[in-house]
Design a protein around this ligand. Structure first.
Ligand SMILES: Cc1ncc(COP(=O)(O)O)c(C=O)c1O
Length: 395
């Protein structure tokens, strides 16, 4: 048996590797507190689960769904975009429900990338932007996100020979892993840049509803001309704690939406309908759960940022998303620091280099960890630090 050459370019998924390290520790009977994965610990709101259970009882929902999703779901998505962002969408042409946004994010490269074509991908970033490109036999060109640039790509620094071969431009705000946010001015600049260089833009925005201190994220589609050049991916995973149900959407440019639908209709058989009804309930029902969840995350964010800074690990307070992006102590690499924390005090964090080489010098801590675990984890971090500060015992 011979695997394709492509497989040689596909590393195991970041969290699979971290999960293995955690499992090995636990198998030895050791306790591990994980700040690694951004998977909300708070349950899906009851009204959504009730609708899901009710819909699961209906035999009409036991059959194959349509790839395009239920018209009522597409309408609900369009209605949500109108009320949340003031963006009007044609529910038939500009909205495509997804089996969680990750699959759409990874599959869209198949619509635009010919072998050897370039996709412009931020670094650090959520891995599927680059991996989708590689699976489509394309080449990612990495745009560094640095503190100096407020973790926004410097579009003018992309060489012209790269731009000639580039087909897709990926951006993601509120950003995973850095917690950075972007304003409408930045999105307007992206639209102009895409028009100038004939690029299709993919904005990934699953964290738009997870925001703190009154911050409200904008949608890429609010930028002038955005729907002529791009789509936005969004998800119910983080807004409504629905990671396990797998539902998201791509909205915007009709041609891009149609191309993704064509690819998907050949690959999957739609979203289980009971989950689509649950999503309709999520988007159209009372939205009080969002500020409730955000208040919990904000409290956790404050605790994490305060503790990290108090033990000398520099971290800024993010305005949005579920993560704190913290600098590793001097003398450590990201991976070395993450390994040391796991080994010495049983705390799992994600090494910044898991998101690209510009993640070196950082680790990511997720706020999706129940309060008791969070407090215990933070006290273990302080323990790690005081162990480092203690003078070494003489031999
Ligand atoms: C930036 C980003 N995009 C997309 C996703 C995928 O979300 P889902 O597939 O659950 O909709 C995630 C999940 O962590 C993410 O961090």
């Amino acid at each position: 048996m011979k695997l394709s050459k492509r497989m040689g370019n596909i590393p195991p998924y970041l969290f699979v590797e971290i999960g293995k390290k955690i499992a090995a520790k636990k198998a030895k009977g050791e306790s591990v507190i994980s700040f690694a994965v951004g998977d909300p610990d708070i349950p899906t709101p009851p009204r959504i689960i009730e609708r899901l259970c009710q819909a699961a009882q209906d035999p009409a929902n036991h059959r194959y769904p349509e790839t395009a999703g239920l018209p009522e779901l597409r309408q609900a998505i369009a209605g949500w975009y109108k009320s949340r962002f003031g963006v009007s969408l044609d529910a038939d042409k500009e909205v495509l429900p997804l089996l969680g946004s990750k699959e759409g994010v990874a599959h869209i490269a198949l619509c635009f990338i010919n072998p050897g074509d370039i996709a412009l991908v931020p670094d650090p970033a959520y891995p599927p932007y680059a991996m989708g490109t590689i699976i489509a036999d394309g080449r990612p060109y990495y745009m560094p996100l640095t503190e100096k640039n407020n973790f926004l790509p410097d579009l003018d620094a992309i060489p012209s020979n790269v731009l000639k071969e580039a087909k897709l431009l990926w951006i993601n705000y509120p950003n995973n892993p850095t917690g950075a946010v972007a304003d409408l001015d930045f999105f307007n600049r992206v639209v102009k840049f895409a028009q100038q260089h004939d690029l299709a833009v993919c904005h990934d925005g699953p964290y738009s509803e997870v925001a703190f201190d009154g911050y409200q994220a904008v949608s890429f589609l609010q930028a002038e001309g955005a729907r002529e050049v791009g789509v936005e991916f969004h998800s119910l995973s983080k807004s409504y704690n629905m990671t396990g149900w797998r539902i998201g959407m791509a909205v915007g440019n009709a041609e891009m939406v149609a191309a993704l639908r064509d690819v998907k209709s050949n690959l999957d058989s739609g979203i289980p309908q009971a989950i689509q009804y649950a999503a309709i309930e999520a988007l159209t029902g009372p939205q009080g759960c969002i500020p409730e969840h955000n208040a919990i995350y904000q409290r956790r964010r404050d605790l994490v940022v305060e503790t990290l800074n108090s033990i000398g690990l520099e971290a800024k307070s993010p305005k949005a998303a579920l993560y704190v992006w913290a600098k590793v102590p001097e003398g450590y690499t990201s991976m070395g620091f993450a390994d040391d924390l796991l080994e010495k005090v049983g705390v799992a964090v994600t090494p910044g280099t898991g998101y690209g080489k510009n993640g070196e010098g950082y680790v990511r801590l997720s706020l999706t960890i129940p309060d008791a675990g969070l407090v215990k984890g933070l006290s273990r971090l302080a323990e790690w630090r005081s162990g480092k500060l203690r003078p070494k015992a003489k031999k």
